[in-house]
Design a protein around this ligand. Structure first.
Ligand SMILES: [Zn+2]
Length: 381
C-alpha cells in the first residue's frame, strides 16, 4: 500500500487522501494510516490546501524532498532522446544526442552517461534520485539486463542497470520502450482511465499494457508483444523472431521499407517512408494505410479481450494520419459496440516524449521503493 501511495504522489495522479482512496479502492482509514506512517518517515510532506469542487478544502500531499529528479534516456538505433523528469511528472531539458547502439554497451554507454551527468549537475547533483533508461528490446527486470534484443547487437545479458548504478551512485531503472511509453502517457491522462494499451508503431511494433492504473508485465515480462501475432496476410514471410507470418512482417516500419522497395521506391528507413507519406505519395500512402489495417485487426482482438478505456498510438508511424485512421476504423469495425462505446483512440498526447517521462518515472519509483525499504527495514514492501 505504501508503495502504491508513493507512486501516485510521484506521478502527480493524486494529491489528497480522498483521491488516493478512490484510485486505490481502499478504505479512507487505511489511506490515513498509510499516509501518517509516510509522513512520520519524511517520505511524504503535507502543505497548503486544494479546494475541491463543492467540498471543504483538503490538505495537499506531496513527496518529501520533492525537488528531486531523475535523468532519463530513450535509446533508439542511432540516437538517444534525453531529459530531466521531475517528481510529479514534469519533463524538462529534452534533447537528442547521437548514440550508436550497434557499437555495444561498453562503447556506447560511457558517452551517454557523461551527457546525463552534465544534465544532473545543472539541476543539482545532490538531489538526483535516479537514472532511467528506455531500451528497444525485452528487459529482464529481476536481473536488470536486456534479453535477446534483435535490434541491439552485443547487448544480450549486459548488466545495464548495475552499470548505471555503479556509474551514478543512485538507483537505476531500465525498461522496454513500449512499457516506458505506456507509463509516461498514463500518468498525464485523466486518472479515471485505469486501463489502457499504448502501441509503439515505429521501425518495430511494441505495446505496453496498463491495468488498474499500473503497468501489467505478464508472467514473464513480455505482455503486449502483439508484434508476433500471426496474421493471415503475412503468409510465410520470415520474422526477426525466427517464426513466419508475424504482424511485424506486414505492419512495421521495417516491413514498409521492404514492401516499398519491392515496388521500386528508393526508401532505406522508416523515416524515408514517413517523409514520402507526408508528401502524400500515393503508393506509400496506400501501403501505410494497409499496415494500419493489419495493426488494427490484431489490436481489435486484444481490445475485445481486455476492454481498455483508451488505446494510445505512439511511434513515428502514428504521426501519419492515414495510419491512425486505418487503425481506428479497424477497431470500430472489429470490436463489440459495448467495448468501443467509451473507448478513446488517440495519438499519445506526449508524442515522442512519452517514453522519456515513463523511464524517468520508473527511476523515481525505484528510488522511492529503496528509500521506503531503508527506513522501514522491510525487504518486501
Ligand atoms: Zn515474429
Amino acid at each position: 500500500m505504501a508503495e502504491r501511495v508513493l507512486e501516485l504522489l510521484a506521478s502527480g495522479q493524486a494529491s489528497t487522501r480522498t483521491e488516493l482512496a478512490g484510485l486505490l479502492a481502499a478504505a479512507p482509514s487505511t489511506i490515513s494510516f498509510t499516509v501518517s506512517q509516510l509522513l512520520a518517515l519524511g517520505l511524504v510532506a503535507e502543505e497548503g490546501t486544494v479546494t475541491s469542487t463543492g467540498g471543504r478544502p483538503r490538505k495537499a500531499l506531496r513527496l518529501g524532498g520533492s525537488d528531486g529528479f531523475a535523468v532519463a534516456a530513450e535509446l533508439g538505433g542511432r540516437h538517444a532522446h534525453i531529459g530531466v523528469v521531475l517528481a510529479g511528472g514534469g519533463l524538462t531539458d529534452v534533447s537528442t544526442v547521437p548514440f550508436a547502439t550497434d557499437e555495444g554497451p561498453e562503447a556506447a554507454l560511457p558517452g551517454l552517461a557523461a551527457t546525463l551527468e552534465t544534465l544532473a549537475e545543472q539541476h543539482g547533483r545532490h538531489v538526483l534520485k535516479g537514472v532511467g533508461l528506455s531500451l528497444p528490446g525485452p528487459v529482464d527486470l529481476a536481473s536488470g539486463v536486456v534479453t535477446l534484443p534483435s535490434r541491439m547487437p552485443g547487448w544480450n545479458r549486459f548488466p545495464v542497470r548495475a552499470w548505471l548504478e555503479d556509474r551514478f551512485g543512485v538507483p537505476a531503472a531500465i525498461e522496454n520502450d513500449a512499457n516506458c511509453m505506456a507509463v509516461g502517457e498514463h500518468i498525464v491522462q485523466p486518472a479515471e482511465r485505469r486501463q489502457s494499451i499504448m502501441v509503439k508503431a515505429g521501425t518495430a511494433i511494441g505495446a505496453g499494457v496498463i491495468a488498474d492504473g499500473r503497468l501489467y508485465r505478464g508472467g514473464s515480462g513480455v505482455a503486449g508483444e502483439i508484434t508476433h501475432v500471426r496474421v493471415e496476410a503475412a503468409h510465410d514471410i520470415p520474422c526477426s523472431c525466427g517464426n513466419t507470418g508475424c504482424l511485424e512482417t506486414v505492419a512495421s516500419g521495417a516491413a514498409l521499407v521492404r514492401i516499398l522497395r519491392e515496388r521500386g521506391l528508393g526508401v532505406t528507413s522508416t523515416e524515408d517512408v514517413v517523409r514520402l507519406a507526408s508528401d502524400a505519395d500515393p503508393e506509400t500512402t496506400r501501403a501505410v494505410r494497409q499496415a494500419g489495417r493489419y495493426l488494427g485487426m490484431v489490436l481489435a482482438a486484444n481490445v475485445n479481450f481486455f476492454n481498455p478505456d483508451a488505446v494510445y498510438l505512439g511511434g513515428i508511424l502514428s504521426t501519419l494520419e492515414p495510419f491512425v485512421a486505418a487503425v481506428r476504423s479497424q477497431l470500430y469495425e472489429g470490436c463489440h459496440p459495448l467495448v468501443t462505446e467509451h473507448l478513446a483512440i488517440e495519438r499519445a498526447s506526449l508524442g515522442a516524449d512519452a517514453g522519456l517521462v515513463g523511464a524517468g518515472q520508473f527511476a523515481l519509483q525505484r528510488a522511492l521503493a529503496e528509500a521506503l525499504r531503508a527506513v522501514t527495514g522491510n525487504h518486501h514492501p
